[in-house]
Design a protein around this ligand. Structure first.
Ligand code: F6R
Length: 607
């Protein structure tokens, strides 16, 4: 989390840095700051809260330097106040940091023993004092940074400016992402290419352990924390500038991203399907016929996408599937098979736990595939095979369109695996592909339920707790519905497999707790209806989300939202939409910050 930007420019860079930080605000937004070199002297402005507070401060007290670094923060160590905001600085060095320095306590204690006084509670401030110590020992900035990097444990992307060094910026990466932007007589660093899009489309990505020494003329990169040899990192043309990251006529990015789903799911399907042949494209480099199982790993919403995919892979390809939350995976030490396949799922492609899992699986000799939305991300770059989701930039912190695009991609892969393993006949495949081809239209139909969902949300916003129930692939959708609601409305919500209700959660049911039941009319419908009756018998308020046939069967007994009828196979992508809209409108009623909910960040680059 946290976004960082650095510019060696030819005009006052503070406004440019703030603009770039706005594009990184999805990474954290609890405080922000900028430092520039003013006639060789470091000066900085920092402010708690959103970037607009920093912008106002800069209007009152402008910075005019042509070299600068900036930061938008998601607090790890220390509350989000001005003192803990980045850049951290002494008179001679300023730094911005994304990541966590794990051994900061021992470093801080050592420095304190030497008489260093700390102003903040952050792990980052240790870095500036360590650099100071190196400078005091007569080292140059170029020597000081590598010397300090070798003392740090943990994850970081860092950018440094030095007093008197108007044509020098040093940047380093271990774990957290960092890109270098190449301009004409100007150079940039940023947490991603999107941040640098207004300045340049020529980007090189630093590898872990790289340290970059930038001047306005170019960059020299050394590996091994700057102590190794000079290395070349290819300059790639980024298409980030083509990406529209405007809200358009929507009130929130989340609303826009929900509405975009038919289109982006359509693009994603077009990539993974040969629609005219009625076939799923067999992915290059992965031979499903030779595999005996797949290990999926991901976090949050992406993990729920894996849970849905398990049903598909088991049914269509008869493949056993293991799924782990990425933060648990490597510590569980599961026996992994050399040559086996791990599939990592991630919107950002930078999630620290998912990336660590990737590297763990790689070290065990597994093949690595990933389903990612950001093709230039670290997870994509470290994978043997990448199955892209074509959702476009997702800015709202709560994942919506990335989730349904992950599902669409995984559905295509499961079909391809089924064919490769001889489980699906050509007719089966054509039927399943046909269901996917219809999906964007059905999703567009489902979006038309928005006014009705908005009315339901008004009541929902009065609840303090909510339960979401589903069976089969609707179970992970229930988990996703509960996650969406709690993260943006702050209403406590839990998702359960409907059959689990009477094993505990039914104790929570009373007339104040809404119970959302996701039940397409399929082979499991009747069983789910029994669970609804159990809720109703205890005075619980059921909201049934089903299709025409399900509504008829339920007999009008419950409050019902009727979504378009579809093949059971594609129902997760359809039922995800009312989950998103219900959470969205509930949050709007409650007046929360929908796109940037409290305590969260879009890209979770710390463990
Ligand atoms: C929830 C949400 C998170 C992410 C999770 C993984 O709405 O967005 O749970 O799904 O942090 O992020 P990625 O997909 O970037 O790895």
């Amino acid at each position: 989390m946290c976004g960082i930007v650095g510019i060696l420019g030819n005009e006052a860079v503070a406004p440019l840095i703030v603009d770039a930080l706005k594009r990184l605000e999805y990474r954290g937004y609890d405080s922000a700051g900028v430092a520039t070199l003013e006639n060789g002297r470091l000066d900085r402005r920092r402010a708690p809260g959103k970037l607009r507070t920093l912008e106002e401060k800069l209007r009152r007290e402008p910075l005019s330097g042509h070299a600068g670094i900036g930061h938008t923060r998601w607090a790890t160590h220390g509350t989000p106040n001005e003192t803990n905001a980045h850049p951290h600085a002494t008179e001679r060095v300023a730094v911005v940091h994304n990541g966590i320095i794990e051994n900061y306590r021992e470093l801080r204690d050592d420095l304190a023993k030497q008489g260093v006084k700390f102003e903040s509670e952050t792990d980052t401030e240790t870095i500036v004092h360590l650099i100071e110590a190196e400078l005091n020992n007569g080292k140059t900035p170029e020597e000081s940074v590598p010397a300090v990097l070798s003392k740090l444990r943990g994850a970081f992307a860092l950018a440094f400016l030095f007093k008197g060094g108007d044509d020098l910026m040093i940047a380093a990466r271990r774990g957290s992402p960092l890109a270098v932007g190449h301009g004409d007589g100007e150079m940039y660093v940023g947490s991603d290419a999107i941040a640098l899009a207004p300045f340049t489309d020529r980007i090189s990505y630093l590898n872990d352990g790289d340290c970059a020494f930038l001047t306005r003329k170019g960059v020299t990169i050394r590996d091994k924390d700057g102590l190794g040899s000079v290395v070349e990192r290819p300059v790639q043309k980024s298409n980030a500038s083509a990406m529209v990251i405007e809200k358009g006529n929507y009130r929130h990015f989340m609303a826009k991203e929900i509405a975009e789903q038919p289109e982006v799911v359509g693009h994603t399907l077009a990539h993974h399907l040969d629609m005219s042949a009625g076939r799923a494209r067999i992915p290059e480099g992965i031979d499903f016929a030779k595999l005996d199982r797949i290990a999926f790993s991901a976090c949050g919403t992406a993990y729920y996408a894996a849970l849905v995919a398990r049903y598909w892979f088991e049914k269509f390809a008869r493949m056993p599937v293991d799924i782990d939350i990425a933060s648990e995976f490597r510590y569980r030490e599961p026996p992994l098979k050399e040559g086996g396949l791990a599939i990592l799922i991630s919107q950002s492609g930078e999630t620290a736990d998912t990336l660590a899992t990737l590297r763990h699986c790689r070290a065990q000799g597994m093949q690595i595939a990933s389903v990612v939305n950001v093709p230039t991300s670290t997870i994509a770059r470290e994978s043997d095979a990448v199955f892209p989701t074509l959702a476009g930039p997702e800015i709202g912190v709560a994942s919506t369109k990335a989730f349904t695009c992950q599902l669409a991609t995984l559905a295509c892969l499961a079909i391809a695996a089924g064919r490769a393993r001889g489980v699906l006949s050509a007719e089966d495949e054509e039927r399943l592909v046909g269901a996917l081809i219809e999906l964007p239209r059905l999703m567009a139909e489902t979006l038309k339920l928005e006014p009705q969902i908005e009315r339901l949300a008004k009541d929902f916003s009065k609840a303090q707790d909510a339960l979401y129930l589903g069976r089969g692939t609707s179970f992970p959708i229930a988990l996703e519905g509960a996650l969406k609601l709690k993260e943006i409305s702050y209403i406590h919500a839990e998702g359960y497999a409907a059959g689990e209700l009477k094993h505990g959660p039914i104790a929570l049911v009373d007339e104040k707790v809404p119970v959302v039941v996701i039940a397409p009319y399929d082979t499991l419908f009747e069983k789910t209806v029994s669970n609804m009756q159990e809720v109703a018998a205890r005075g619980g308020k059921v909201l049934l989300i089903t299709d025409e046939a399900g509504a008829k069967e339920a007999g009008g007994e419950f409050e019902t939202l009727i979504v378009p009828t579809s093949y059971a196979f594609v129902s997760p992508m359809i039922y995800a939409i009312p989950m998103q809209l219900l959470a969205y409108h509930t949050a709007v009623f409650m007046g929360t910050d929908v796109d940037q909910p409290r305590n969260l960040a879009k890209s979770v680059t710390v463990e």
